[in-house]
Design a protein around this ligand. Structure first.
Ligand SMILES: Nc1ncnc2c1ncn2[C@@H]1O[C@H](COP(=O)(O)OP(=O)(O)O)[C@@H](O)[C@H]1O
Ligand SMILES: Cc1cn([C@H]2C[C@H](O)[C@@H](COP(=O)(O)O)O2)c(=O)[nH]c1=O
Ligand SMILES: [Zn+2]
Length: 192
């Protein structure tokens, strides 16, 4: 029986690296993984999953309007899909998380989702909310705060490095905009 996995963490914890490693594992066994990433995340060019350590691979793009069950059913009819790997899964809609559960339950293809649990305000992303509710396996990937504790929160910074409390949930960026920290240092940064 296939299962749905949600690998979640703060930023810079190795999610994309782990995804690319899984893809490599499938390929070296002669199997066919399909990688998806969010069209809105164009940091490394559209249609690429890239890790900060330098690995990269081409990926299919998803938009909020895509029916991922229909797309994967079509792909699987042409070439058997052995595994679906989704990067930036926090940007999935509720409907798309449901469609991915159908890929697992009806097509019997494992779906491995990698993404953030919460945003810079500490609120869940829509994709993460439903993955936390519906995935078979929840796996936390860990990174560390400057103090050495586990970093489970992400600060969004302005140009002067000050933590921002409000704004749109989605703003694409990297180490220049965001810093992963522990909860204690997240609170302290916002109180300053
Ligand atoms: N040159 C490097 N060599 C080894 N590790 C690196 C290098 N550059 C970045 N990293 C590590 O890679 C991890 C970030 O990987 P990435 O997959 O991009 O994270 P995420 O997708 O979770 O944001 C961090 O742990 C970082 O310390
Ligand atoms: C915290 C937070 C992040 N984002 C964006 C910033 C990046 O483009 C991605 C996460 O990238 P990762 O390094 O692959 O984890 O998400 C955002 O839009 N809003 C936020 O609050
Ligand atoms: Zn800390």
């Amino acid at each position: 029986m296939a299962q749905m996995y949600f690998y979640y963490s703060a930023m810079n914890a190795g999610k994309s690296t782990t995804l690319l490693q899984s893809s490599f594992n499938y390929r070296e066994r002669g199997m066919t993984p399909v990688i998806f990433t969010a069209a809105i995340d164009d940091r490394y060019g559209k249609g690429m999953v890239s890790s900060r350590i330098g690995l990269q691979e081409e990926a299919e793009l998803f938009n909020a309007s895509d029916d991922l069950y229909a797309r994967l059913q079509d792909m699987n009819a042409t070439q058997k899909v052995d595994c679906v790997l989704i990067d930036e899964c926090q940007f999935l809609t509720k409907e798309q998380v449901y469609q991915l559960t159908e890929v697992v339950d009806k097509l019997n293809i494992p779906v491995l989702c990698y993404g953030l649990r919460s945003d810079f305000r500490g609120e869940l992303f829509a994709g993460s909310r439903y993955l936390l509710a519906w995935a078979d396996k929840l796996v936390e990937l860990k990174t560390i705060c400057h103090c050495g504790r586990k970093a489970n929160m992400v600060i969004r910074q302005d140009a002067s490095g000050k933590a921002i409390a409000d704004g749109d949930q989605v703003e694409i960026g990297g180490n220049d905009r965001y810093v992963s920290v522990c909860r204690k240092h997240y609170k302290e940064a916002l109180e300053r």
